[in-house]
Design a protein around this ligand. Structure first.
Ligand code: PLP
Length: 326
């Protein structure tokens, strides 16, 4: 499959010893996909490299996709399309006021089509409809569902699995990863088939049973596309990490993110990173001999917006800062 290179890969694999010392338990590692180095795409650059590679190989001239107003994928897709010299049309649900991610998408030249409703489940159908309309008008569109979660997109994460297996030298880990649309974890499962590495998914937006079915189907299709061994559903445990709601961290999520920031200096977003970190923190204590590999996925835009809100550490910081200090 043709890959259109966008990111700075491989991303670093680092040991988080200060976090482990603070938390106790087995060895802790971070896979730093927050450092993929393409815009603010985080993990999504891996899917986009394969989607854009496939699009260019097939002579596509416009990428059609969509998501929510705060979607990291929407901004990343627009930027990737721009770099690959394709037009980009985005269907966006909800309030399409000026969020940072939509501003980035517009800045990359994407055209926004407001769905005019909060019904996010309708986005993919509207993406298909818009793609068909563009084709009727003589364009060569590629319609991609939310999150880029197709077998082609998930191939990027199957490659990420091979990347980390190559980097790994410790005892077999448990991999913890946040799960939204499911494409990343599906690719990971496809790429980890046969390794026996257990994967813990932290589902942030859908009930575990619903997303597990989608992930296993997509993982199977991804492996079939690559001609590799079918993934085993037994490797995957999906946990309900929705907590108070999509994009809203529970006190435990917040505490996990703050601990990661204070010990390792890594900023996590409330939507994905904090929730996966909370799952990892809970898991680490369970078996001190088994390493835990927390997959960091980015989400810098929302991480920064959370920092600018009043957080637990802000009053503490202010109380140590003299009045009028620069
Ligand atoms: C920062 C971040 N982490 C994790 C995810 C989840 O990835 P997936 O949708 O492939 O499950 C997303 C999805 O957009 C994301 O933006």
């Amino acid at each position: 499959m043709t890959r259109f290179p966008l990111g700075v890969l491989p991303t670093p694999l680092v040991r988080a010893d200060r976090l482990r010392d603070a938390r106790g338990g087995g060895p802790l590692w971070f896979k730093r996909d927050d450092l993929t180095g393409f815009g603010v795409a985080g993990n999504k650059v891996r899917a986009l490299e394969h989607l854009l590679g496939d699009a260019r190989a097939r002579g596509v001239d416009v990428l059609v996709t969509g998501g929510g107003p705060d979607s990291n994928f929407v901004a990343a897709a627009a930027q990737a399309a721009r770099v690959a010299e394709l037009d980009c049309e985005l269907v966006v649900w909800g309030d399409v006021g000026e969020t940072t991610n939509l501003a980035l998408a517009r800045n990359a030249g994407a055209r926004i089509h407001p769905l005019g409703s909060d019904d996010r489940a309708r986005v993919d159908a509207e993406v298909e409809r818009l793609g068909a309309e563009l084709a009727r008008r003589g364009r060569r569109p590629l319609a991609v569902p939310r999150g880029g979660s197709t077998p082609v997109g998930a191939t990027g994460f199957a490659a990420a699995a091979h990347e980390v297996v190559e980097q790994w030298s410790d005892a077999p880990p448990t991999v913890v990863i946040p799960v939204g649309s499911g494409g990343s974890v599906a690719g990971l499962l496809a790429g980890l088939a046969g390794t026996g590495w257990p994967v813990l998914g932290a589902s942030v937006s859908r009930p575990p049973e619903e997303i597990t079915a989608k992930v296993l189907a997509l993982a199977g299709e991804t492996a079939a596309l690559a001609g590799t061994a079918p993934p085993s559903g037994e490797q995957l445990t999906m946990l309900d990490a929705r907590g108070p709601g999509f994009g809203v961290a529970s006190p435990a999520d917040r505490a996990a993110a703050d601990l990661v920031l204070r010990t390792e200096g890594v900023l996590l977003d409330d939507t994905y990173g904090a929730k996966a970190a909370a799952v990892a923190m809970e898991h680490v204590g369970a078996d001190p001999t088994r390493p835990t590999l927390l997959w960091l996925t980015g989400g810098l835009v929302s991480a920064l917006s959370h920092v600018s809100e009043v957080r637990g550490y802000s009053p503490e910081f202010r109380s140590r800062t003299p009045e009028g200090a620069p």
